[in-house]
Design a protein around this ligand. Structure first.
Ligand code: FEO
Ligand code: CA
Ligand code: CA
Ligand code: CA
Length: 732
C-alpha cells in the first residue's frame, strides 16, 4: 500500500498515464436581450423546456415561485472574503448560511439520531460520507416535480468516498478503524453503505431550511444496490460476472464525484476513482496471460496485480458482497468469478431523482474513465444532445459525447425520464480533445470507423464495447492531449463556451509542457518544495456549434498564489481578493450566469483553507499571448507560448466563501430564482492522525458541531445552504 499521505487530493490523482501516445502540439459577446437570456438559459442548464423560470406559474402570490428571471449579472455585488485558516466558514458580508444535512443524518423516522461517536450503524438509511456533486430537483407545494417552485425540492448528492483507515482517523469507527487485513466485517459493512448517492428532500419554512427526515422521496443508493448496465457494455462478455452471467446488471456505484442534470431532468453522476477499491493478487497477470488485452486494460486503468485495494473490502469474509471486490480471474470462467467486476465501474450513472423505485442506469456509451461532471451543451431541436466530460487523473483527457438521436423538446416533459435517457445516452459517438499550439483544437472520434482505432494493432478494438470499456486506450491511440487532471466542466449559458478545470499535475515537467498545459515550476520557498503545475488552471473551448469537430481555446485563468513573487506562477496576476489553488468544482449558474469555482487543494493550505470564488468571465480569445518560462533544475528553461484570457480583475473574479479546516468545497445547486445556493463541505478534518482518534482537541477540525450542528466532536461532511440576508439573488 502506498506510503504517501493519502489525502483526497492525492487519491484523486492515483493513476498516471504512461502511454506513449504522440504529443501534439463567437459567439455572442454583446449583451443578450432579456428574451435572449431566457432562451439562452433553457436547455444549457437542463431546465429544458419543462418550465422556463419566469414564464410559468407567476400567479402564486406566496412568492415561492420564480416571478421573474434576474437575468445574467454583469457585476459581482459583494466584497471579497479574506483567505482563512480558521475552523469555520467565512462568507461574504450580507450573506448567511445554514447547515442542513450531514454525514449520518437519518433518512427515515425509524433510524435513530446520529450519535457521532463511531458507534452508529444503518448507514444505508443515513446520509453517506464525503458529500460531493449535487443537483436540485424542485417540488411544488403539493410535492410534485416543479421547475419553478423555490422553497421545496430534492437534493441528489454524491457520497464520493471516506477517510483512509491506514493513515488517518476513520471517524465512523469508534477506535478510528482497523488498518490491517482482514478488515472486520462490521467496519466494512458501514463503509459499503456510506458510499453512493443520497436523494434528500429539503424545504424552507419562514426562511429556515431543513431536510425532511421522513420524506417518501428520500433515497440511498450504496455499493450494494442493483444497477442496470446500458449502452454498448450491456450484454457484452466484458460485463459477464458470477452475479450477472448475461452482463446486464451490476451492484452499486462508487466514488461518485461530479454531477450533471440532463435536458430531460434526470441526475447524472460520474464514477471517479473506482479502480482503487478492487484487488487482484500477484499471480493474476499470469493466469490471464501477461500479454493479454485484459491485463493491458487492467494496467492502463491502474489496477496492477498484487497492489492492495483502498480499503481491503475483499478481505472481510467469503461472502459474495465482499469477494466481488477481488477482481482476479480465480474461477473456471468469467461466470464463476468477478474478473470482470471492475468493467462494470467507471461510468456515468443516470437516476430519476423523483422516483426512488427505479434502478439507476450506467450509461456506458459516455466512456469509462475517472469521470467528474457531465456538462450538457444548450440543446437545439433536431440536433444531437452533446455533453462534455473530464477524466481526472494525471495526464488524462477531455471528452465529448454526441448522441445519435436528435433532440426533441417534447422529451423534456416526458414522465418516463429514464426511457428518454435510453434514447439519448445509449447510442452516440465519443471524442477526445487534441489541443494544438495555435489556439485551435480538434475532437478526435473514438469509434471503430476511425481507421486509427479500427486498424490498431497495439490494442485491437473489435466491438463498440471495447471502445467504451477501454476508452482511455482508444484516446491514447488517436493522440489526444494529456491534460493536467481535468475535473469539473461547465457550459457558459451566455455563449456556449465550455470551461474545464485542470486542478494540478505533479508530473508535468518543463520538458513535457505544451501550449494547453504550459506551466511547470519548482516552488522552493520555505515549506513549499512542490513541482509541476502545482496550482492548476482553467481551460476553455469555443465551438461554432456543439457538434463541430473543431474548437478554439485559451486558458481562462491560471490559479496561483498572489504573493509567490514569481511571474511564472502568478500568470493571471491574481490578488489577495481572488488568488486560489487547485480549482476543481466549476458550475455556471443557469440563473445569474455566474461561474462558481471551488477548490480542492493541498498546496496553498498553509495559508488558506479551500474556498469558492465567483467569476464573470469573458470569452475565448479576449486576452493576449504569453510566454511561460519553465525553469529546469539546471537553470535553463523551456519557454512555452500560450493564449491567456483577459486578466480577471477584483470586479470579475473574487472570493465568496472559505470553508473550515482540511475540507474540500464541492457540489453546487441553486433554487431557480437564484436566491438559495447549496454547496458541500467535504471531509473537514481529514488530516487528523490515527493516533489522535481519542483526543478531540487534536482533531484538525470539529466542524460542524463547533458551528452548532449535531452532537459529538467528530468532523462531518455536510451540505449547507447560503442565502442573502436581504433575500436577494446570490451574487447580485
Ligand atoms: Fe473527486 Fe477529481 O475529484
Ligand atoms: Ca475529494
Ligand atoms: Ca472533483
Ligand atoms: Ca480534486
Amino acid at each position: 500500500m502506498s506510503k504517501e499521505p493519502r489525502t483526497s487530493a492525492l487519491i484523486d490523482a492515483e493513476i498516471n498515464n504512461e502511454s506513449k501516445n504522440p504529443e501534439f502540439e463567437q459567439v455572442l459577446s454583446a449583451r443578450l436581450s432579456r428574451r435572449g437570456m431566457l432562451r439562452g438559459a433553457v436547455g444549457a442548464t437542463g431546465l429544458g423546456m419543462m418550465g422556463v423560470p419566469g414564464l410559468t406559474h407567476a400567479a402564486n402570490p406566496g412568492a415561492t415561485h420564480v416571478a421573474a428571471m434576474p437575468g445574467y449579472l454583469s457585476t459581482l455585488g459583494f466584497g471579497a472574503v479574506a483567505k482563512s485558516l480558521a475552523d469555520r466558514i467565512s462568507i461574504a458580508e450580507g450573506y448567511e448560511y445554514q447547515i442542513i444535512y450531514a454525514l449520518g443524518d437519518p433518512l427515515d423516522a425509524q433510524t435513530p439520531a446520529f450519535k457521532n461517536d463511531g458507534t452508529d450503524t444503518d448507514f444505508h438509511r443515513r446520509a453517506g460520507d464525503h458529500h460531493d456533486g449535487m443537483e436540485w430537483f424542485g417540488l411544488s407545494a403539493a410535492g410534485r416535480p416543479s421547475n419553478t417552485y423555490t422553497s421545496r425540492g430534492l437534493l441528489a448528492i454524491n457520497h464520493e468516498a471516506t477517510t483512509d483507515e491506514k493513515l488517518t482517523s476513520f471517524f465512523i469507527h469508534a477506535n478510528g478503524g482497523t488498518a490491517t487485513l482482514p478488515r472486520p466485517v462490521a467496519e466494512v459493512d458501514k463503509e459499503l453503505a456510506i458510499h453512493g448517492i443520497s436523494v434528500v428532500e429539503v424545504e424552507a419554512q419562514h426562511g429556515k431550511w431543513s431536510y425532511k427526515k421522513a420524506s417518501k422521496f428520500n433515497r440511498r443508493v450504496t455499493v450494494n444496490t442493483e444497477v442496470e448496465l446500458h449502452g454498448p457494455l450491456r450484454g457484452s462478455s466484458l460485463a459477464t460476472t458470477k452475479y450477472s452471467k448475461d452482463g446486464k446488471v451490476t451492484r452499486g456505484t462508487v466514488n461518485n464525484c461530479g454531477t450533471g442534470k440532463t435536458p430531460w431532468g434526470t441526475f447524472v453522476s460520474g464514477e471517479e476513482n473506482w479502480n482503487g477499491y478492487f484487488f487482484r493478487d500477484a499471480q493474476d497477470d499470469q493466469r490471464r496471460g501477461k500479454d493479454s488485452k485484459e491485463v493491458a486494460g487492467l494496467n492502463r486503468y491502474g489496477r496492477k496485480a498484487g497492489v492492495a485495494s483502498r480499503h481491503g473490502w475483499e478481505s472481510a469474509s467469503s461472502d459474495d458482497k465482499y469477494v466481488r471486490w477481488n477482481n482476479g480471474a480465480l474461477g473456471a470462467s468469467a461466470s464463476d468469478d468477478y474478473r470482470n467486476e471492475m468493467n462494470t465501474y467507471g461510468y456515468v450513472v443516470e437516476m430519476d431523482a423523483y422516483n426512488p423505485s427505479l434502478h439507476l442506469r450506467k450509461r456506458s456509451a459516455l466512456g469509462r474513465f475517472a469521470h467528474e461532471s457531465v456538462s450538457f451543451a444548450k440543446t437545439t431541436p433536431g440536433q444531437p444532445v452533446v455533453a462534455y466530460m473530464g477524466d481526472d487523473a494525471r495526464n488524462e483527457y477531455i471528452y465529448k459525447y454526441v448522441s445519435d438521436a436528435k433532440w426533441d423538446p417534447r422529451d423534456a416533459r416526458a414522465s418516463d425520464k429514464l426511457a428518454i435517457g435510453d434514447k439519448y445516452l445509449n447510442k452516440g459517438k465519443l471524442y477526445a480533445a487534441r489541443f494544438l499550439e495555435n489556439g485551435a483544437g480538434e475532437w478526435l472520434e473514438l469509434s471503430l470507423s476511425n481507421p486509427v482505432i479500427g486498424n490498431s494493432k497495439a490494442f485491437e478494438f473489435k466491438t463498440d464495447a471495447d471502445i467504451v470499456v477501454y476508452t482511455r486506450i482508444a484516446a491514447d491511440t488517436v493522440g489526444a492531449t494529456k491534460m493536467d487532471r481535468p475535473e469539473w466542466g461547465g457550459v457558459n449559458p451566455k455563449n456556449g463556451e465550455v470551461y474545464i478545470t485542470l486542478t494540478n499535475n505533479s508530473t508535468r515537467t518543463p520538458d513535457n509542457t505544451d501550449a494547453a498545459n504550459p506551466r511547470s515550476y519548482l516552488d522552493l520557498r520555505a515549506g513549499k518544495s512542490q513541482t509541476g503545475n502545482v496550482n492548476g488552471h482553467i481551460i476553455r473551448m469555443g465551438e461554432g456549434k456543439p457538434t463541430d469537430n473543431e474548437f478554439k481555446w485559451d486558458v481562462y485563468v491560471f490559479a496561483g498564489e498572489a504573493n509567490s513573487g514569481d511571474s511564472n506562477i502568478n500568470l493571471s496576476n491574481l490578488t489577495d481578493a481572488n488568488d486560489m489553488s487547485s480549482p476543481d468544482g466549476l458550475v455556471f449558474s443557469p440563473t445569474t450566469g455566474i461561474c462558481w469555482i471551488q477548490t480542492d487543494d493541498g498546496a496553498y493550505t498553509d495559508e488558506t483553507n479551500c474556498m469558492m470564488l465567483a467569476a464573470i468571465p469573458g470569452r475565448v480569445g479576449d486576452g493576449v499571448k504569453k510566454t511561460v518560462n519553465n525553469l529546469r533544475e539546471d537553470g535553463s528553461s523551456k519557454d512555452v507560448s500560450t493564449l491567456v484570457g483577459k486578466e480577471p480583475t477584483e470586479a470579475t473574479l473574487k472570493r465568496f466563501f472559505v470553508g473550515p479546516r482540511d475540507c474540500e468545497i464541492t457540489g453546487w445547486a441553486e433554487t431557480p430564482d437564484g436566491k438559495a445556493m447549496f454547496i458541500n463541505i467535504q471531509h473537514p478534518g481529514e488530516g487528523t492522525k490515527m493516533a489522535d482518534i481519542g483526543n478531540p482537541s487534536k482533531f484538525t477540525s470539529q466542524w460542524p458541531t463547533n458551528a452548532g450542528y449535531g452532537v459529538g466532536n467528530r468532523p462531518r461532511s455536510a451540505t449547507i445552504v447560503i442565502t442573502k440576508k436581504d433575500g436577494g439573488v446570490i451574487g447580485s
